[in-house]
Structure formats: C-alpha cells, structure tokens
Design a binder for this molecule. Structure first.
Ligand SMILES: Cc1ncc(COP(=O)(O)O)c(C=O)c1O
Length: 330
C-alpha cells in the first residue's frame, strides 16, 4: 500500500473501551465502542480522518479555497469548515435540505467563517459546486472540490489506517465477531472494508445504511479506485454487508428506533449519538441483539462516527425527554 502524506487533524488513537452498562441492559453480547466522536477536531467525528488525506493535497498543491457539499446539518461540512480555518483555506459549503434554523452544525459552519450557499431540495448540489468553482476560477482563485462526505479513494484511506489503529488496541485480531458502523456516503465503510483485508482483521463488518442509496456499487468503486491509485487490496465482495432496514422514513428524519438507541447510549453510558447517522446505526445494533443475531459470549464493536452537534437541531423530535416540552405526538 502506498500511503500519501497527511495534515494532522485527528488526535490518535481514539479510545476503544467496553460498554458494560449498556451490554447488561441489552442482555446480549459484550459491547465495545471506538470513539471517533472524539477525533478532536471541532467536536469530533469520522470526517477528520478523511480530511487529513484530502486537505494535505489541497494545501500542498497550492489550492486557495475548499468547496464541499452536504445536507443542512452536515457533519462533514462542519468539520471541513473547521479544518479549512485551521489551515488557512477559504471554505465554501453548498448545503441542501429542510430545516434551516441556524442551529447545530449550521451554526458552527457560520462560526468557522464558511461561505454558505443554501439550495432548495430540488437543486443539484454537484452542479452548484461546479458553478461555484468556475466562478472562483474566474476570480483568480484555485478551489479544491470535495464530493459528498469526502467519500473517495483518497479520503477513505483515513479509515484504512484506522483499522491498523484499532488492531493495535485489541487483545487479538478476532476479538470482535462483528463491527457495526453507519453508512452515509460509503467512504468510512469502504476504508474499513479495505483495511479489514489489508490488515487481516477478523470481524464481520456490518454497515447500517442511513439513506436509500445503493451503497454496494459506491463502496466497490471506491475500493477499485483505491486499489489502482494506492495499491490497496480489493476485498472479496461477499464480505461487504450493508443493511437497509433502519433508515426509517428517510435520510435525516429521526426514527423511533434511532431515538430509543440514542437514549440507551446516553442513559446507560453517558455517550451522545446523533439522530441522522449513529442513532440509526445503533438502532441496527439493538435490533440485531434483540432478534438474537448477536448473543452473549460474543464481543461486538460499535464504531462511533460522531455527529452529536446535529442533536441540537433535533430537540423537538425528543419532546418527551426534554422537561417542559410536549411530546411531538401530543
Ligand atoms: C456522524 C456521521 N456518521 C457516519 C457518517 C457516514 O460516513 P460515510 O459518509 O463515510 O458513509 C457520517 C457522514 O456524514 C457522519 O457525519
């Protein structure tokens, strides 16, 4: 494997630790967590690992600006804005979706000085990014464009190397029968999937989709590009597992099961998940335990990918948990 250089953005290693109270409450396997909610950059999250690779390229090839795209409450956008600020790059965010209150990640995007272009739900984000890049070129600037979630071969290397990191923290490479992680644009899963083969990690990597996209071809394409560009191994397709049954009503719409999982992690372990990604991934984990797919005697890893700032934009959905606020159903 050829590893390109990185800019340092992540405080590594992130902690790996057991979740004894949650494991007891659910009565299933011994649960562990990898704390990529604590990557250290601007309230943490998975995107910092990808940005270490992507922004090295931007800084060292003389780019002046960074443009990326996302939903209104995009964690990727927030972390890109923070990383750009720390590296002296001007950041532009092209954001699309409902719920435009200046709250959660969108509030922080402003705080980091990003220029924000808000699109209507029907508008095309990639086209808007290209148009903005063309305009910046006309002004004599050199914009570096990052596609949704930073999920390309270069960004995904952040999760290939994260596998080496977690293996170093484990007693033995087959410690976890399963590893559960959210899939939002595919790059995190792709990196872990490649890393699993590269470093011979003995775990079933269970992705939980949070959007109705067809992720298998996206993950496969990232792995093929990565293999061509960086000499990483191409994993067996049969080892790719993505579950689409925990999306609920759609991307970024809080689900009942997701909110229950968020409360379980909060009440039993003092850990914050988020309503868009990790809450739904945890709902998948809880479902697998309750349906007997994961059992006592196994160790199971939940890979926390961050996202808690979005909780502040979703408090209404948790009406019953917030004193003085009526439940959304009442
Ligand atoms: C908190 C959080 N978890 C998980 C994901 C999914 O990661 P990926 O886009 O690499 O699939 C994202 C993506 O934005 C995220 O913000």
């Amino acid at each position: 494997m050829i590893l390109p250089k990185t800019v340092p953005l992540v405080q590594k290693p992130t902690t790996l630790h057991p979740l004894p109270r949650l494991s007891h409450a659910l009565g299933g396997p011994e649960l562990w967590i990898k704390r990529d909610d604590n990557t250290g950059l601007a309230l943490g999250g998975n995107k910092a690992r990808k940005l270490e690779f992507l922004l090295y390229e931007a800084v060292h090839a003389g780019y002046t600006d960074v443009i990326t795209v996302g939903g209104i409450q995009s964690n990727h956008a927030r972390m890109t804005a923070a990383a750009a600020a720390s590296l002296g790059l001007k950041c532009h965010l092209v954001l699309r979706g409902k719920g435009r209150q200046i709250q959660g990640n969108l509030f922080l995007d402003h705080m980091f000085g990003a220029e924000i272009l808000l699109l209507e739900p029907s508008e095309d984000r990639e086209q808007a990014m290209e148009a903005l890049a063309a305009e910046l070129h006309r002004q004599g600037r050199k914009p570096y464009c990052i596609g949704v979630g930073g999920s390309n071969a270069l960004g995904s290397l952040g999760y290939v190397t994260a596998v080496a990191e977690v293996l170093d923290q484990m007693d033995h490479p087959d410690m976890f029968s399963h590893t559960v992680v959210a899939v939002g644009s595919g790059g995190t899963y792709a990196g872990l999937w490649i890393g699993r083969t590269e470093f011979q990690w003995q775990t079933q990597l269970q992705g939980i989709a949070v959007d109705q996209e067809d992720f298998e071809p996206i993950i496969q394409e990232i792995a093929e590009d990565s293999s061509e560009r960086f000499g990483t191994p191409l994993p067996e397709r049969s080892t790719m597992h993505v579950d689409y049954t925990h999306i609920g009503q759609g991307y970024a719409i809080p689900s009942e099961a997701g909110m229950e999982a968020i409360q379980l992690f909060a009440e039993h372990e003092g850990i914050l998940l988020d309503p868009v990604y990790t809450g739904k991934a945890a709902a998948g984990l809880v479902f697998m335990i309750r349906s007997g797919l994961l059992k006592q005697g196994q160790n199971v890893l939940f890979w926390h990918t961050g996202g808690a700032p979005a909780l502040f934009a979703a408090t209404e959905a948790f009406g019953h948990a917030v004193p003085g606020q009526d439940s959304p159903a009442s």
